[in-house]
Design a protein around this ligand. Structure first.
Ligand code: BV8
Length: 252
Protein backbone atom coordinates (compact mmCIF):
# COMPACT_ATOMS: atom_id res chain seq x y z
CA UNK A 1 0.00 0.00 0.00
CA UNK A 2 1.47 3.40 -0.89
CA UNK A 3 1.95 6.26 1.55
CA UNK A 4 -1.02 8.25 0.19
CA UNK A 5 -3.42 5.35 0.85
CA UNK A 6 -1.96 4.79 4.34
CA UNK A 7 -2.38 8.49 5.13
CA UNK A 8 -6.01 8.37 3.98
CA UNK A 9 -6.57 5.31 6.20
CA UNK A 10 -5.12 6.87 9.38
CA UNK A 11 -6.28 10.49 9.00
CA UNK A 12 -9.21 11.33 11.27
CA UNK A 13 -10.43 14.29 13.31
CA UNK A 14 -9.32 13.37 16.86
CA UNK A 15 -5.85 12.01 16.10
CA UNK A 16 -3.64 11.57 19.18
CA UNK A 17 -0.22 10.49 17.98
CA UNK A 18 2.59 9.18 20.18
CA UNK A 19 6.00 8.54 18.64
CA UNK A 20 8.14 5.70 20.03
CA UNK A 21 11.69 6.47 18.90
CA UNK A 22 15.03 4.65 18.71
CA UNK A 23 18.57 5.47 17.61
CA UNK A 24 17.67 5.18 13.91
CA UNK A 25 16.09 8.66 14.03
CA UNK A 26 19.44 10.21 14.96
CA UNK A 27 21.48 8.29 12.38
CA UNK A 28 21.07 11.10 9.84
CA UNK A 29 22.33 13.53 12.51
CA UNK A 30 25.57 11.55 12.60
CA UNK A 31 24.88 9.60 15.81
CA UNK A 32 25.85 5.90 15.79
CA UNK A 33 23.03 3.39 16.28
CA UNK A 34 23.34 0.70 18.94
CA UNK A 35 23.20 -2.52 16.96
CA UNK A 36 23.94 -1.43 13.43
CA UNK A 37 27.39 -1.75 11.86
CA UNK A 38 28.24 1.54 13.62
CA UNK A 39 27.28 0.13 17.03
CA UNK A 40 30.84 -0.94 17.77
CA UNK A 41 33.42 1.26 19.47
CA UNK A 42 37.07 0.17 19.71
CA UNK A 43 35.92 -3.45 19.18
CA UNK A 44 33.44 -3.22 22.04
CA UNK A 45 29.71 -3.75 21.50
CA UNK A 46 27.67 -0.80 22.78
CA UNK A 47 25.45 -3.02 24.84
CA UNK A 48 28.48 -4.58 26.59
CA UNK A 49 29.60 -1.12 27.69
CA UNK A 50 26.14 0.18 28.72
CA UNK A 51 26.03 -1.86 31.95
CA UNK A 52 26.82 -1.18 35.63
CA UNK A 53 29.22 -4.12 35.56
CA UNK A 54 31.29 -2.61 32.74
CA UNK A 55 31.41 0.68 34.68
CA UNK A 56 32.41 -1.05 37.89
CA UNK A 57 35.11 -3.06 36.11
CA UNK A 58 36.54 -0.25 34.01
CA UNK A 59 34.96 3.19 34.56
CA UNK A 60 37.62 4.91 32.45
CA UNK A 61 36.77 2.73 29.42
CA UNK A 62 33.04 3.42 29.85
CA UNK A 63 33.60 7.16 30.27
CA UNK A 64 35.86 7.19 27.20
CA UNK A 65 33.02 5.56 25.23
CA UNK A 66 30.60 8.27 26.40
CA UNK A 67 33.19 10.94 25.59
CA UNK A 68 33.55 9.52 22.07
CA UNK A 69 29.75 9.73 21.63
CA UNK A 70 29.66 13.22 23.14
CA UNK A 71 32.29 14.46 20.69
CA UNK A 72 30.01 13.38 17.83
CA UNK A 73 26.92 14.76 19.58
CA UNK A 74 28.45 18.21 20.08
CA UNK A 75 28.56 18.53 16.28
CA UNK A 76 25.13 16.89 15.70
CA UNK A 77 21.95 18.77 14.83
CA UNK A 78 18.35 17.59 14.75
CA UNK A 79 17.39 16.29 11.29
CA UNK A 80 14.05 16.58 9.39
CA UNK A 81 12.65 13.57 11.26
CA UNK A 82 13.12 15.30 14.65
CA UNK A 83 11.64 18.50 13.19
CA UNK A 84 8.63 16.62 11.78
CA UNK A 85 7.78 15.41 15.30
CA UNK A 86 8.00 18.99 16.58
CA UNK A 87 5.52 20.07 13.86
CA UNK A 88 3.20 17.20 14.77
CA UNK A 89 3.09 18.55 18.34
CA UNK A 90 2.72 22.15 17.19
CA UNK A 91 -0.34 21.19 15.13
CA UNK A 92 -1.89 19.64 18.24
CA UNK A 93 -2.02 16.03 17.03
CA UNK A 94 1.31 14.85 18.47
CA UNK A 95 0.78 14.18 22.20
CA UNK A 96 4.20 12.83 23.11
CA UNK A 97 7.56 11.40 22.13
CA UNK A 98 8.82 8.34 24.02
CA UNK A 99 12.50 8.21 23.14
CA UNK A 100 15.09 5.55 23.94
CA UNK A 101 17.72 7.99 22.76
CA UNK A 102 19.85 9.87 25.25
CA UNK A 103 21.13 12.49 22.78
CA UNK A 104 18.69 15.32 23.60
CA UNK A 105 18.08 16.10 19.90
CA UNK A 106 14.26 16.11 20.25
CA UNK A 107 14.49 18.95 22.80
CA UNK A 108 16.87 20.91 20.58
CA UNK A 109 14.39 20.41 17.69
CA UNK A 110 11.76 22.14 19.87
CA UNK A 111 9.60 19.20 20.89
CA UNK A 112 8.14 19.78 24.38
CA UNK A 113 6.39 16.56 25.40
CA UNK A 114 9.29 14.13 25.54
CA UNK A 115 10.06 11.29 27.91
CA UNK A 116 13.67 10.11 27.76
CA UNK A 117 13.07 6.62 29.13
CA UNK A 118 16.75 5.65 28.93
CA UNK A 119 18.09 8.90 30.37
CA UNK A 120 20.22 11.73 28.98
CA UNK A 121 23.88 11.61 27.99
CA UNK A 122 24.52 15.36 28.57
CA UNK A 123 24.13 14.95 32.32
CA UNK A 124 26.24 13.03 34.83
CA UNK A 125 25.11 12.05 38.31
CA UNK A 126 26.98 11.11 41.45
CA UNK A 127 26.98 7.36 42.13
CA UNK A 128 26.18 8.15 45.73
CA UNK A 129 24.74 11.57 46.65
CA UNK A 130 22.44 11.97 43.63
CA UNK A 131 23.96 15.32 42.64
CA UNK A 132 23.51 16.03 38.89
CA UNK A 133 25.60 18.16 36.63
CA UNK A 134 25.93 18.75 32.90
CA UNK A 135 29.21 17.58 31.46
CA UNK A 136 28.75 18.10 27.70
CA UNK A 137 30.61 21.42 27.58
CA UNK A 138 33.07 20.68 30.37
CA UNK A 139 36.78 20.19 29.81
CA UNK A 140 36.15 16.71 31.22
CA UNK A 141 34.41 15.89 27.91
CA UNK A 142 37.84 16.36 26.27
CA UNK A 143 40.05 14.64 28.82
CA UNK A 144 40.22 11.04 27.61
CA UNK A 145 41.31 8.64 30.33
CA UNK A 146 40.19 10.88 33.20
CA UNK A 147 37.51 10.12 35.79
CA UNK A 148 35.09 12.82 37.01
CA UNK A 149 34.36 13.16 40.72
CA UNK A 150 31.24 14.69 42.22
CA UNK A 151 31.65 18.43 42.89
CA UNK A 152 29.13 18.13 45.74
CA UNK A 153 30.37 15.27 47.92
CA UNK A 154 33.90 15.45 46.43
CA UNK A 155 34.60 11.76 47.08
CA UNK A 156 32.40 9.76 44.72
CA UNK A 157 32.58 9.15 40.99
CA UNK A 158 30.15 10.68 38.54
CA UNK A 159 28.44 8.34 36.07
CA UNK A 160 26.46 9.15 32.90
CA UNK A 161 22.81 9.92 33.76
CA UNK A 162 21.45 7.08 31.61
CA UNK A 163 19.73 3.74 32.24
CA UNK A 164 22.11 0.87 31.62
CA UNK A 165 21.12 -2.71 30.85
CA UNK A 166 20.05 -4.53 34.03
CA UNK A 167 19.01 -1.19 35.57
CA UNK A 168 15.35 -0.34 36.03
CA UNK A 169 13.82 2.64 34.31
CA UNK A 170 12.85 5.72 36.32
CA UNK A 171 9.32 4.83 37.50
CA UNK A 172 7.94 8.35 36.88
CA UNK A 173 9.25 8.33 33.31
CA UNK A 174 7.92 4.82 32.70
CA UNK A 175 4.49 5.89 33.99
CA UNK A 176 4.57 8.98 31.74
CA UNK A 177 5.45 6.82 28.73
CA UNK A 178 2.57 4.45 29.52
CA UNK A 179 0.20 7.41 29.92
CA UNK A 180 1.10 8.62 26.43
CA UNK A 181 0.44 5.12 25.06
CA UNK A 182 -2.92 4.89 26.85
CA UNK A 183 -4.11 8.16 25.24
CA UNK A 184 -2.85 7.22 21.77
CA UNK A 185 -4.98 6.23 18.77
CA UNK A 186 -2.04 6.31 16.33
CA UNK A 187 1.46 5.11 17.34
CA UNK A 188 4.51 5.90 15.20
CA UNK A 189 7.40 3.49 15.86
CA UNK A 190 10.49 5.15 14.42
CA UNK A 191 14.04 3.86 13.95
CA UNK A 192 14.11 1.17 16.60
CA UNK A 193 15.11 -2.49 16.38
CA UNK A 194 12.40 -3.23 18.95
CA UNK A 195 14.58 -5.56 21.01
CA UNK A 196 15.11 -3.59 24.23
CA UNK A 197 12.56 -4.17 26.97
CA UNK A 198 10.43 -2.94 28.61
CA UNK A 199 10.12 -0.22 25.91
CA UNK A 200 9.76 -2.83 23.13
CA UNK A 201 6.51 -3.98 24.78
CA UNK A 202 4.79 -0.62 24.20
CA UNK A 203 3.67 -1.14 20.56
CA UNK A 204 1.82 -4.30 21.59
CA UNK A 205 0.16 -2.40 24.46
CA UNK A 206 -0.91 0.38 22.09
CA UNK A 207 -2.28 -2.18 19.64
CA UNK A 208 -4.23 -3.96 22.37
CA UNK A 209 -5.73 -0.61 23.35
CA UNK A 210 -6.99 -0.13 19.80
CA UNK A 211 -4.32 2.18 18.37
CA UNK A 212 -3.13 1.94 14.77
CA UNK A 213 0.64 1.26 14.62
CA UNK A 214 2.78 2.68 11.79
CA UNK A 215 6.46 1.69 11.73
CA UNK A 216 9.18 3.77 10.05
CA UNK A 217 12.41 1.81 9.56
CA UNK A 218 14.93 0.91 6.86
CA UNK A 219 14.24 -2.78 7.42
CA UNK A 220 11.76 -5.21 8.99
CA UNK A 221 11.93 -5.58 12.77
CA UNK A 222 10.08 -7.67 15.40
CA UNK A 223 7.65 -4.72 15.59
CA UNK A 224 6.75 -5.07 11.88
CA UNK A 225 4.59 -8.12 12.56
CA UNK A 226 2.27 -6.15 14.86
CA UNK A 227 2.33 -2.93 12.84
CA UNK A 228 -0.68 -2.05 10.70
CA UNK A 229 1.69 -0.41 8.22
CA UNK A 230 5.50 -0.54 7.83
CA UNK A 231 7.04 2.30 5.82
CA UNK A 232 10.47 1.12 4.71
CA UNK A 233 13.03 3.86 4.05
CA UNK A 234 15.22 6.38 5.88
CA UNK A 235 12.93 8.09 8.43
CA UNK A 236 14.61 11.45 7.85
CA UNK A 237 12.83 11.26 4.47
CA UNK A 238 9.78 9.03 5.03
CA UNK A 239 8.58 10.64 8.26
CA UNK A 240 8.48 14.30 7.10
CA UNK A 241 6.84 13.12 3.85
CA UNK A 242 4.19 11.11 5.73
CA UNK A 243 3.47 13.88 8.22
CA UNK A 244 3.26 16.50 5.46
CA UNK A 245 0.70 14.38 3.60
CA UNK A 246 -1.21 13.81 6.84
CA UNK A 247 -1.47 17.58 7.42
CA UNK A 248 -2.71 18.01 3.81
CA UNK A 249 -5.30 15.25 4.16
CA UNK A 250 -6.52 16.75 7.44
CA UNK A 251 -6.41 20.32 6.11
CA UNK A 252 -4.28 21.51 9.07
C1 BV8 B 1 15.11 -3.48 32.67
C2 BV8 B 1 20.96 3.91 27.48
C3 BV8 B 1 14.13 -4.31 34.63
C4 BV8 B 1 22.42 3.82 27.64
C5 BV8 B 1 20.03 1.80 26.71
C6 BV8 B 1 18.49 -10.18 31.63
C7 BV8 B 1 18.76 -9.52 32.82
C8 BV8 B 1 18.33 -8.22 33.05
C9 BV8 B 1 17.58 -7.56 32.12
C10 BV8 B 1 17.31 -8.24 30.96
C11 BV8 B 1 17.73 -9.53 30.69
N1 BV8 B 1 17.29 -9.91 29.46
C12 BV8 B 1 16.60 -8.90 28.93
C13 BV8 B 1 16.60 -7.89 29.83
C14 BV8 B 1 16.00 -6.63 29.70
C15 BV8 B 1 17.00 -5.69 29.03
C16 BV8 B 1 16.88 -5.93 27.53
O1 BV8 B 1 15.87 -5.60 26.97
N2 BV8 B 1 17.89 -6.53 26.92
C17 BV8 B 1 17.78 -6.83 25.50
C18 BV8 B 1 19.00 -6.32 24.74
C19 BV8 B 1 17.56 -8.31 25.35
N3 BV8 B 1 16.52 -4.37 29.38
C20 BV8 B 1 17.01 -3.75 30.45
O2 BV8 B 1 17.93 -4.16 31.12
C21 BV8 B 1 16.25 -2.50 30.80
N4 BV8 B 1 15.91 -2.53 32.18
O3 BV8 B 1 14.67 -4.39 32.02
O4 BV8 B 1 14.85 -3.29 34.01
C22 BV8 B 1 15.12 -5.34 35.06
C23 BV8 B 1 16.20 -4.96 35.81
C24 BV8 B 1 17.06 -5.93 36.26
C25 BV8 B 1 16.84 -7.26 35.93
C26 BV8 B 1 15.77 -7.62 35.12
C27 BV8 B 1 14.91 -6.65 34.67
C28 BV8 B 1 17.09 -1.28 30.57
C29 BV8 B 1 17.35 -1.13 29.09
C30 BV8 B 1 18.00 0.24 28.84
C31 BV8 B 1 19.37 0.04 28.26
N5 BV8 B 1 19.93 1.36 27.91
N6 BV8 B 1 20.54 3.00 26.42
C32 BV8 B 1 23.13 4.55 26.52
O5 BV8 B 1 22.51 4.94 25.52
O6 BV8 B 1 24.34 4.71 26.69
S1 BV8 B 1 19.45 0.83 25.49
C33 BV8 B 1 19.91 1.30 23.95
O7 BV8 B 1 19.11 0.47 23.10
C34 BV8 B 1 19.62 2.71 23.54
O8 BV8 B 1 18.78 3.42 24.41
C35 BV8 B 1 18.87 2.47 22.24
O9 BV8 B 1 18.10 3.55 21.87
C36 BV8 B 1 18.07 1.30 22.66
C37 BV8 B 1 17.26 0.56 21.68
O10 BV8 B 1 18.02 0.34 20.57
P1 BV8 B 1 17.53 1.07 19.23
O11 BV8 B 1 17.27 2.50 19.55
O12 BV8 B 1 16.41 0.30 18.67
O13 BV8 B 1 18.83 1.02 18.39
P2 BV8 B 1 19.35 -0.19 17.46
O14 BV8 B 1 20.73 0.16 17.04
O15 BV8 B 1 19.07 -1.50 18.14
O16 BV8 B 1 18.39 -0.12 16.19
C38 BV8 B 1 18.40 1.01 15.34
C39 BV8 B 1 17.22 0.83 14.42
O17 BV8 B 1 17.14 1.96 13.56
C40 BV8 B 1 17.35 -0.39 13.53
O18 BV8 B 1 16.10 -1.05 13.46
C41 BV8 B 1 17.70 0.21 12.15
O19 BV8 B 1 17.18 -0.57 11.09
C42 BV8 B 1 16.99 1.52 12.23
N7 BV8 B 1 17.53 2.58 11.40
C43 BV8 B 1 18.83 2.88 11.15
N8 BV8 B 1 18.89 3.98 10.36
C44 BV8 B 1 17.61 4.38 10.13
C45 BV8 B 1 16.74 3.49 10.79
N9 BV8 B 1 15.40 3.61 10.75
C46 BV8 B 1 14.89 4.64 10.02
N10 BV8 B 1 15.66 5.54 9.37
C47 BV8 B 1 17.01 5.44 9.40
N11 BV8 B 1 17.75 6.34 8.74
Amino acid sequence: MNVDSIVRKVAKSNLKITSLVGSGISKASGMPTFRGEDGMWNNYKAQDLATPFAFQKNPILVWDWYRARMRILLKAKPNPAHQALTELEAKGIGIGVVTQNVDGLHEIAGTQNIVEVHGRIRYARCISCNHYERWDNSEFAENVGELPYCSECKINLLRPDVVWFHETLDPDKWTKAQNYIEQTNLLFVIGTSGVVYPVASLPQVAKQMGAIVVEFNIEETPISSISDYSIIGPCEKTLPEFIGKLFEEMGI
